[in-house]
Write a new protein. Sequence first.
Length: 118
Amino acid sequence: MIKLTDAELKVMNVIWHDGDCSAKHIADVLAETVGWHVNTTYTIIHKCLEKGAIEREDPKFICHAVVSKEEAQADMTEDLVNKLYDGSKNSLFAALLGKDTLSDEQIAKLRRIVAEME
């Protein structure tokens, strides 16, 4: 399991969205969307490299995601369940639903998801 920080997720989201891309492209996107300086982005890219979340291909420092978005989401969700809900997915589910009223369509979709898991 690779634990990604919020900053590392910002870098990964650019790669997941745009596909393999240069570090410069990532820096340009995050400068525009988040206001990061290029050095900040490069520092975070290097942290992702060290963790094994991305690989670097030369020339032009092309970044390739080693970890898929779905893998990262699954790992982070499991971590959240363990940290906040003592490992209880039922408790997470109850918290997500809260006091919100679900439409018949949303309920049907949830039933299909549960049925597929059985």
